[in-house]
Design a protein around this ligand. Structure first.
Ligand code: EPU
Length: 423
C-alpha cells in the first residue's frame, strides 16, 4: 500500500485560510542566496518538500541553513563548487537554478538534469543559450549539465521562448558577470520580480524585472540581506477554486489581488461571488456555474498551474467548456482520473472539452503531478462518497499543510500512511 489522501466529499467549506509564500519564488530565492557572501534571511517560506530538498542541497554544498516552518537563515560563506550530478537535484525541477547560481559564483557547475513534474518535454535550451551568451561552455554528459567559464561577460540575450526558469537563471548568472546584460523577451511573472528584489537587496544592479526587458549591470560581490517572499498566487487560486466549488464563504488571506487577475476574471465569468479586499479575497459557491472557455498564457494571462484545478470546477458548469493549455500541451493527465470520478471530457492535443454539468463520485485516483493532485483534491471535496488519492508526494511538493488548511475549513480529509512508511 502507498500513502494516500482520503476525502469524504460533500462537506461545505467556511472560514479563513492563510496563503503561504510562493513555491515558485522560494525555489529560486534559496539558490539565489548562494550568490551572497554572508547570511541571507528569507521570511514567509512555504513548508513544502521542494523547499526542504533545496535546504538539503545547500547543506550538501557546505552552506548552513537554519530554518523553522517559515523562515530560513542561509549562510553561504562556506559553500564550495561541488558537482551535483545526481541525488537531490533529481527530485525537483527548480534544481536548474543551481546552474545559474553556481556558475555565477564559481564560474563552473555540474548539475544533474532536473526532475519535478512531468508535463511533457520541458527543454532548457533557453537557459543554456543564456549561459553560453554570457561566456560559458555548456555540455551534457550522462544526464548532467557541465558549465564552465573563464569569465562571465554581460551580453544581450533574446529569449526565443518566454520562460520563467530561463529568465531567472540568466539573472542569477549575470548579476556577478562583468558588464551589462540585457534580457529581451523576458518572462514577467511576479516570481521574477521577487527574485530580482532579493538580488537587489543583496547589492545587485537589476532594472526592469516584471517587464519584457531586464537590464543587469554586474557587481563584484553580493552581500547578505533580509527578504520577505511574495504570497503564492497558485496556492491562493487553488483555494479560491475549492471555495468556489464548495464554499459557504471562505476568506483567502495573504494574497496580492493584482497577481490573481487571471483566475478572478474567470471565476467571475462563471458567476462565482467574489469580494476582493486589499490583501484577501472572499469566495462563495455559485448557485449555478456558467460555462467558460479558458486558454493559459504567460503572466498576466490565465496561469497554466491553475488549469488543472479549474478543469475540475468546470465539470460543474452548465454546458460545455473548452480548456486549452498553450504552455504545456500535455498537461492533461488529470482528465483520465476525473473521468473515473464521473467527469465527461473529450481531450486532444492541447485542448480538453468539459461536458457539464456532471455529478462526481468518489473513486481511487492517482495524482500524476502536483497540480493534477490539486485538481483531484477539489474533485474529492465535490464528490459524493470517498475519494482516495495516490501520489500524495506530488501534492506535498507544493501545498504546505493542505490537510490542516482544508480540515480547518470543514473538509473531511486525512492522510493514510502506508504501513511500510510508518517508522
Ligand atoms: N521552454 C522551452 N525552452 C526552455 C524553457 C522553457 O522551450 O529553455 C518552454 C517550456 O517547454 C514551456 C514554456 O517554455 O512550454 C514555459 O516554460 P517555463 O520555462 O516558463 O517554465 P518553468 O520555468 O520550467 C515554471 C514553474 C512551473 C510553471 C511554469 C509556467 C517553477 C519551478 N516552475 O516552470 O510551475 O508551470 O513556470 O508558468 O517555477 C508548478 O508549479 O506546478 C509548475 C509546473
Amino acid at each position: 500500500m502507498e500513502n494516500r489522501l482520503v476525502i469524504n466529499g460533500g462537506k461545505r467549506l467556511s472560514g479563513k485560510v492563510v496563503v503561504d509564500g510562493a513555491k515558485n519564488s522560494a525555489v529560486a530565492l534559496i539558490p539565489a542566496a548562494i550568490l551572497a557572501d554572508s547570511e541571507v534571511t528569507i521570511e514567509g517560506l512555504p513548508d513544502i518538500s521542494d523547499v526542504h530538498t533545496l535546504y538539503d542541497i545547500v547543506s550538501e554544498l557546505g552552506g548552513s541553513v537554519k530554518y523553522d516552518s517559515q523562515t530560513a537563515i542561509i549562510d553561504p560563506s562556506a559553500i564550495v563548487d561541488m558537482p551535483l550530478p545526481n541525488g537531490n537535484v533529481k527530485k525537483l525541477r527548480a534544481s536548474y537554478y543551481l546552474m545559474g547560481a553556481l556558475l555565477g559564483k564559481f564560474k563552473k557547475a555540474v548539475v544533474g538534469l532536473p526532475g519535478g513534474c512531468y508535463l511533457g518535454p520541458r527543454p532548457i535550451d533557453q537557459h543554456i543559450k543564456g549561459f553560453e551568451a554570457l561566456g560559458a561552455t555548456v555540455t551534457n554528459e550522462q544526464g548532467a549539465i557541465y558549465l564552465r567559464a573563464e569569465k562571465l561577460r554581460g551580453a544581450r540575450i533574446y529569449m526565443d521562448v518566454v520562460s520563467v526558469g530561463a529568465t531567472i537563471n540568466i539573472m542569477l548568472a549575470a548579476v556577478l558577470a562583468e558588464g551589462k546584460t540585457v534580457i529581451e523577451n523576458a518572462a514577467k511573472e511576479p516570481e521574477i520580480i521577487d527574485v530580482a528584489t532579493l538580488l537587489s537587496n543583496m547589492g545587485a544592479n537589476i532594472k526592469g524585472a516584471g517587464t519584457d526587458t531586464i537590464r543587469i549591470i554586474g557587481v563584484p560581490n553580493l552581500h547578505g540581506c533580509h527578504h520577505t517572499i511574495i504570497p503564492d498566487r497558485i496556492e491562493a487560486g487553488t483555494y479560491m477554486i475549492a471555495a468556489a466549488a464548495m464554499g459557504d464563504g471562505v476568506e483567502i488571506q495573504n494574497v496580492i489581488p493584482d497577481h490573481l487577475e487571471g483566475i478572478t476574471a474567470k471565476l467571475a465569468e462563471m458567476g462565482v461571488p467574489l469580494e476582493i479586499s486589499e490583501d484577501s479575497i472572499f469566495v462563495k459557491k455559485s448557485t449555478a456555474f456558467k460555462k467558460v472557455d479558458v486558454k493559459t498564457y504567460v503572466y498576466p494571462g490565465f496561469p497554466t498551474d491553475l488549469q488543472q484545478p479549474f478543469t475540475t470546477l468546470l465539470t460543474q458548469a452548465e454546458g460545455d467548456s473548452i480548456v486549452t493549455d498553450t504552455i504545456y500541451p500535455s498537461r492533461f493527465k488529470h482528465v483520465a482520473e476525473l473521468m473515473r470520478m464521473g467527469g465527461q471530457f473529450k481531450q486532444n492535443e492541447r485542448t480538453a472539452v468539459i461536458y457539464g454539468k456532471t455529478p462526481l463520485s468518489g473513486a481511487r485516483v492517482i495524482a500524476t503531478d502536483l497540480r493534477a493532485g490539486a485538481a483531484l483534491v477539489i474533485a474529492g471535496l465535490l464528490a459524493e462518497g470517498t475519494t482516495e488519492i495516490l501520489g500524495v508526494e506530488h501534492i506535498e511538493r507544493g501545498y504546505g499543510n493542505i490537510i490542516q488548511k482544508l480540515s480547518a475549513l470543514g473538509a473531511d480529509i486525512y492522510k493514510e500512511i502506508a504501513e511500510s512508511n510508518l517508522a
